[in-house]
Design a protein around this ligand. Structure first.
Ligand code: TXA
Ligand code: MG
Length: 317
């Protein structure tokens, strides 16, 4: 159910969990220092508790309450990208419960670029917030998605559709050089331009079997709709009645309810991707075919899109 900001503040202060909008996807917010509230987050989502949560902040004082010994790149990156879709992994302060970080000695911190989120966090203090979907579903980018996932009902702050539509870039600043653990709207290139040094992208080197999982969440299935997602091998001569098609080339695709056409607008494709996944499931389509993406250099959203779609296809597991 949709609630007002004052109600959301009250609920969170009393240890409850509230879904709130951010520019990336909706989050499931709880008081980062309240163990019961965090337990409730894991239960509501159906999420394994070894998968740590991102702490959302609205100012530097809140950063200082959850993190310490801030790495030297932090200030520059904060100036350049906060509020915004960049999550930074920092050394954790003792105040942060182990439950938030899955026992790690680091904490993920982000300042979201959304007026409602910032107003909320200013009044509640730091909020843990995983993407608000039930575990295994695509992240919610609209209040309707939350109603689909939580039949039992959930308090929602309505902020309309998320502008970016894919989860934040996660950058580990506790190692040198810093490493991207999850690609998002802020690219390695943009980060390098600010820090003046190279950033590694862990998916570009091969992880050996013995290497510990860097970001525990990455080992879980994500972003998958119920429909089977496939890369398009060739342009279909005729449409299959059970398939939704997501295309983005400039080619003149016919106007048709099964075709979602983006004409090289990758920001719009990113914004809509999870909504189209959910629409396909809602309407009972069994398959989703997606046209192969161009090189990552051609648009800043390609890297994140490729990562989420590859996970939905399931070829990287
Ligand atoms: O855009 C976003 O980041 C959204 C919005 C709500 O802010 N949140 C989000 O949270 O995507 P979640 O919980 O769905 O994904 C967080 C990821 C998980 O893969 C988790 O393993 C990783 O962040 N993570 C959290 N803390 C970490 C840490 N200390 N070290 C490494 N990875 C961490
Ligand atoms: Mg998530």
């Amino acid at each position: 159910m949709i609630i007002k900001l004052d109600q959301a503040v009250e609920l969170i202060k009393s240890g409850d969990v509230v879904a709130f909008p951010t520019e990336t996807v909706y989050g499931l917010g709880a008081d980062a220092f309240n163990i019961q509230a965090i337990k409730k987050t894991f239960e509501l989502k159906g999420r394994p508790s070894d998968n740590p949560l991102i702490v959302h902040v609205s100012n530097q004082q809140q950063v200082d309450s959850v993190a310490e010994q801030l790495p030297e790149e932090f200030e520059k990156l904060k100036q350049a990208f906060w509020p915004g879709p960049l999550t930074m992994i920092l050394p954790k302060s003792d105040r942060v419960p182990d439950l938030v970080t899955g026992g790690l000695n680091t904490v993920a911190v982000r300042m979201p670029d959304h007026p409602i989120a910032l107003k909320l966090i200013r009044q509640t203090g730091p909020l843990t917030a995983p993407s608000a979907n039930k575990s295994g579903k695509p992240s919610p980018t609209k209040p309707e998605h939350l109603d689909q996932d939580y039949k039992e009902g959930i308090p929602i702050l309505d902020g309309g559709s998320s502008e970016i539509g894919l989860e934040s870039t996660i950058l580990d600043l506790t190692i040198s050089p810093p490493e991207i653990l999850r690609p998002g709207a802020i690219t390695a290139h943009q980060i390098e331009n600010v820090t003046g040094s190279t950033v590694t992208d862990f998916r570009n080197r091969s992880l050996s079997d013995t290497e510990p999982v860097k970001s525990p969440g990455l080992k879980y299935t994500h972003y998958k709709p119920a429909a089977t997602v496939k890369w398009m091998k060739r342009i279909p001569a005729t449409l299959n009645q059970h398939t939704i098609y997501i295309v983005h080339s400039k080619k003149n695709w016919p106007d048709h309810p099964q075709i979602f056409s983006y004409k090289k607008n990758y920001a719009r494709l990113a914004r809509d991707l999870y909504d189209v996944f959910r629409t396909a499931d809602h309407l009972g389509y069994s398959d989703i075919e997606i046209e192969q993406l161009p090189d990552a250099e051609s648009d800043r959203m390609i890297h994140a899109l490729l990562n989420r779609i590859t996970k939905a296809v399931g070829t990287d597991e």
